[in-house]
Design a protein around this ligand. Structure first.
Ligand code: FAD
Ligand code: SIN
Length: 518
């Protein structure tokens, strides 16, 4: 058994920020990070728009940012959490800069602030259109300077260790003692014991085939927490980003940042009609749920596969300076934004719900914490305000750090059994996993998309049961592999999304069910 004081599952902004803070403050304690891909692979790495933090206190205020967040969340944000996160923002951003992250400045030396949907002011601090790449780079650099942090890349967390794995333990009061982790290169399963475990395992985008997320976003942390019996909430609130690049073959869903609309781009249908003013006074800068639902409605009306983002009227030099990556990526697809409209379509982007945590990041299981996209803090309510996600991760990583710094440190001696895979075999038919994954993604796209109905959701449950049974049977017999575990996790998460969708009897934010109109 490997022993750590703090086990961190995930190396995006949430996991790395927490690890840096704990390791800096407690040089004698051991922080172990496990991450399933390359060390930088994460949703964080692809964040474009930036971090929403009030900076310009003449035009902007905490109050305005709070109000924008509450409006975007459509009435079900936790107001106390919203206030706390937004007021903490400037301090957390400063720390990130001390660790080496660079953000764009204006000609007066202040931050060059961007704007996105739902924001009433310019307040998005960014590094060109690759903010997440810069944040991830800086955090990894800091982590590698800290001797008490061990970062194990290509290590996949399979399950959390709780009383369910220990002999003679009362499963009424659950605690977490670490995790079983697959060393993906060696194919062996490690037992990592830890005093505190942090789930920082990110989102679920891959459950939908059409997503802006990279392939790591398979909801593993949420599924692990669910199997361990942690409280999970608000899973029906899937955020679809309105403007993912549309490709006829359905391959890439490269994101065209909302900041491009903040910069003045228009949404048009095939006929060239600018439709967003018909739906909302804020037009293209309405919150994301409204823009995605409006596009969905336009597509259903016209039978088209996509709409367009028109940047042709914008100052090209300024555009290229702010969005060099988007400009280049469009060129790769033979789209010259000076002349051509960009074909776009909504794609699954972010999960507003997740593992329920309090303001210290504590889950309903002792010694288990969650932070970042896998957690449900109450900040986002029914729809996340753009660029509030990186902010939330930074603030909650700090809160968990503060909480753990105050409680007394105890090294527990526990007899944790090793992973038992006796009787399992190396499966011959791995193609079945791909097959089931495709079925699951089609099911989520067709029945659990932007617009849902009870009939579609009930059909989805029935189809999902079949997939679930096949996957569970396979899981019991087969030697553990990453793809098999990811599929199993995605099935668990899909079950939560559909089940919690059926429980919501009113339309709010990102949740829209035709039967709730009746
Ligand atoms: P992630 O950054 O996704 O990190 C999760 C980590 O967990 C990864 O390292 C992953 O490999 C690891 N992991 C997962 N499962 C396991 C497992 N079983 N075992 C081991 N490791 C595991 N938000 C903003 O605020 N501003 C933006 O501008 C913005 N732009 C975005 C653009 C794109 C294209 C996308 C996809 C998202 C964007 N978001 C943005 C959302 C934001 O990037 C994410 O919500 C945030 O980065 C999540 O951080 P995280 O640390 O919680 O998770
Ligand atoms: C974007 O740049 O449009 C993404 C911002 C976000 O998801 O917060």
């Amino acid at each position: 058994m490997i022993k750590a004081d703090y086990l961190v599952i995930g190396s995006g902004v949430a996991g790395l920020t927490f690890a840096v803070k704990m390791a800096e403050k407690f040089p004698n304690r051991k922080v172990t990070i496990v991450t399933k891909g390359d060390e930088d692979e994460s949703n964080t790495k692809y964040a474009q728009g930036g971090v929403a933090v009030v900076q310009d206190f003449e035009e902007d205020s905490f109050q305005k940012h709070i109000q924008d967040t509450l409006i975007a969340g459509d009435g079900i944000c936790d107001r106390g959490v919203v206030e706390m996160v937004i007021k903490e923002g400037p301090q957390r951003l400063k720390e990130l800069i001390v660790w080496g992250a660079n953000f764009d400045l204006n000609s007066e030396g202040g931050f060059d602030l961007g704007k996105e949907g739902g924001h009433s002011e310019y307040r998005v601090v960014h590094h060109k259109d690759i903010t997440g790449y810069e944040v991830e780079r800086a955090l990894l650099q800091r982590v590698h300077q800290l001797e008490n942090v061990t970062l194990l890349a290509h290590h996949f967390a399979i399950d959390l260790i709780t009383e369910h794995h220990l002999e003679n333990k009362d499963t009424e009061k659950l605690s977490c003692y670490g995790a079983y982790v697959l060393d993906q290169k060696k194919g062996i399963i490690l037992t990592i014991g830890a005093e505190s475990t942090l789930l920082a395992s990110g989102g679920i985008g891959l459950i939908y085939g059409h997503t802006t997320n990279p392939v790591i976003a398979t909801g593993d942390g949420i599924a692990m927490a669910y199997r361990a019996k942690a409280k999970i909430k608000d899973m029906e609130f899937i955020q679809f980003h309105p403007t993912a690049l549309y490709e006829a073959e359905g391959g890439s869903y490269f994101l065209i940042s909302e900041a491009v609309r903040g910069f003045g781009a228009y949404l048009r249908n095939k006929e060239g009609y600018r439709f967003m003013p018909d739906y909302d006074d804020r037009a293209e800068l309405a919150s994301r749920d409204i823009v995605s639902q409006s596009i969905d409605n336009e597509l259903k009306k016209t039978g088209d596969t996509h709409v367009f983002l028109d940047c042709t009227h914008l100052d090209l030099t300024a555009f290229k300076k702010h969005f060099p990556n988007i400009y280049e990526e469009c060129l790769e697809y033979h789209i010259d934004i000076e002349k051509d409209w960009i074909p776009v379509v909504p794609a699954s982007h972010y999960l507003c719900g997740g593992i329920v945590v309090d303001t210290d990041g504590k889950t309903s299981i002792n010694n288990l914490f969650a932070c970042g996209e896998c957690s449900r803090t109450g900040l986002h309510g029914a729809n996340r305000l753009a660029s509030n996600s990186l902010l939330e991760a930074l603030v909650y990583a700090h809160n968990i750090f503060k909480y753990l710094s105050k409680i007394s440190h105890t090294s527990q001696q526990l007899d944790i059994p090793d992973w038992d895979d006796e009787g399992t075999i190396i499966p011959k038919e791995h193609v079945l996993i791909q097959h089931n994954l495709k079925q699951l993604q089609a099911l989520m796209r067709d029945y659990v998309g932007i617009v849902r109905s009870n009939d579609r959701l009930n059909k989805a449950i029935a189809h999902l049961d079949l997939i679930y049974n096949e996957v569970e049977e396979f899981y019991k017999e087969a030697k553990i592999t990453t793809t098999l575990c990811e599929l199993r996790n995605m099935v668990n998460v899909a079950h939560l999304i559909i089940g919690q969708s059926l429980e919501r009897k009113e339309n709010r934010g990102g949740y829209f069910n035709l039967d709730n109109l009746k």
